[in-house]
Design a protein around this ligand. Structure first.
Ligand code: S3P
Length: 430
């Protein structure tokens, strides 16, 4: 049987890459970005920024972004195509909303089914004029205005994208913006702002909730940014190592931001031999090395309070659960219905097609693990165009020779163009 051995350099983090480009575009001069993820989603943000008049060039392996300052976006001559990228659309709708320009945002079939009103309700309250398709979807037109009203926003739903979009609007507004997050989410935007010396306050209200206070407009001085490697991409190989006998891998320089590596605590609780060693801090993010080796996993209950921190890892955690002894219950997954695919459906349909005992009930997924399942002929995995579903089942497929056929391999390049090469490297030592 295949095993994973050795080490590879995981590509740059997707969330940080989008933010590095956007904040660089808002800076007052040239910013060098290293280890930028060159995936389809991130290239969407890069191209949208170019449409808005930002000069961006590649030099060697780095990217140079010539920022135009906050409020410096120019009227685009074309529609802004966000492809499959939720992060590009949400963050850039926020960013342009406080510039005096008119923009039309479009996306692919999957993105055009994802809710935009979850963000635009906040911008509209501030006075932005926004026209949505069927009141919720792309294509969408924003008439930006530098005189939007800064105010207090209360976010009932956990979303790092929505929080970041409001912040990106606020950095160009005169006055105080307050954002209360009822449930904390990943904090890359805040970390990058601190690194770029953008003055804001963050108060912890209680264990789950916090308040962010900005006082714009800001002048952001250019500062080079190094993008830490992506823990959500690392998660595929880490789970691969846990489920393939005799595996043993080390992944270095991974972002170990607490809001991103909750999946490691979950895997440890399942009995996974997986360890994190912090090495240093780059551009405001802690990074470290992660070790994982083959383990006997057991089923556990994963509480819904963790869901904002596991949001992109449920697909690969389901694969770990399928190989565990006993039952895993993943609770409170309603947000999974609003991702690149309806992930509750894409996880349960594919696992049950392979013969696993899996059900979804009241926005929970319940998986009974089994190592006994044999797959002797080819089975097609339906990705629904979702990159994380494709990579998760590619990892499960390592247990079944070449018998799991991914229906749309190409979608992997949305977040991880080097996935197959890296997987080959880790499996090629034996
Ligand atoms: C992201 C936040 C998450 C995540 C997405 C990237 C971000 O979405 O699913 O892949 O970069 O802010 P929400 O927090 O909006 O659910």
């Amino acid at each position: 049987m295949l095993k994973l051995k050795g080490s590879i350099k995981i590509s740059g983090d997707k969330s940080i890459s989008h933010r590095a480009l956007i904040f660089a575009s808002l800076s007052t001069g040239k910013v060098k970005i290293s280890n930028l993820l060159e995936s389809d989603d991130v290239m969407r943000t890069l191209n949208v920024l170019r449409e808005l008049g930002i000069k961006i060039i590649k030099k060697g392996s780095n990217w140079l972004v010539y920022g135009n300052g906050t409020g410096g976006y120019m009227q685009p001559s074309q529609v802004l195509d966000c492809g499959n990228s939720g992060t590009t659309s949400r963050l850039m709708i926020g960013a342009v909303s406080s510039n005096p320009i008119n923009c039309t945002f479009i996306g692919d079939k999957s993105l055009s089914k994802r809710s935009m009103s979850r963000l635009t309700i906040f911008l509209e309250k501030m006075g932005a004029e926004i026209k949505l398709t069927k009141k919720d979807f792309l294509p969408l037109q924003v008439s930006g205005d530098v005189n939007l009203i800064p105010m207090e926003h209360v976010m009932e739903k956990a979303s790092a994208q929505v929080k970041s979009a409001i912040i990106l609007s606020a950095v160009n507004l005169r006055g105080k913006t307050k954002i209360i997050e009822k449930r904390n989410t990943r904090d890359h935007t805040e970390r990058l702002m601190s690194y770029l010396k953008i003055k804001f306050k963050k108060k912890i209200l209680n264990k789950r909730s916090s308040l962010i206070e900005l006082n714009g407009p800001y002048e952001i001085k250019p500062r080079d940014i190094i993008v830490a490697s992506d823990p959500s991409s690392a998660a595929f190989f880490l789970v691969g190592a846990l489920i393939l006998p005799k595996s043993n891998i080390i992944l270095k320089n991974i972002a170990i931001n607490k809001t991103r590596i909750a999946f490691i605590d979950v895997l440890k609780k399942m009995g996974g031999k997986i360890n994190v060693k912090k090495t240093k801090t780059v551009s405001g993010e802690d990074i470290g090395d992660i070790y994982a080796s083959y383990s006997s996993l057991k089923g556990i209950e994963i509480q819904s309070t963790l869901s904002p921190y596991l949001i992109d890892e449920y697909p690969i955690l389901s694969i770990a659960a399928s190989q565990a002894n006993g039952t895993t219950i993943m609770k409170g997954l309603s947000e999974l219905r609003h991702k690149e695919s309806d992930r509750i459906k894409s996880i349960t349909k594919n696992l049950s097609k392979l013969g696993f005992n899996v059900v979804s009930k009241n926005e929970n997924i319940i998986i009974k693990g089994s190592k006994k399942i044999k797959i002797n002929n080819q089975k097609q995995i339906k990705t629904y165009g979702d990159h994380r579903i494709a990579m998760s089942f590619a990892i499960l497929g390592l247990l079944y020779k070449d018998n799991l056929v991914i229906d749309n391999e190409a979608c992997i390049s949305i977040s991880y163009p080097n996935f197959r090469d890296h997987l080959k490297k880790l499996t090629s030592l034996y």
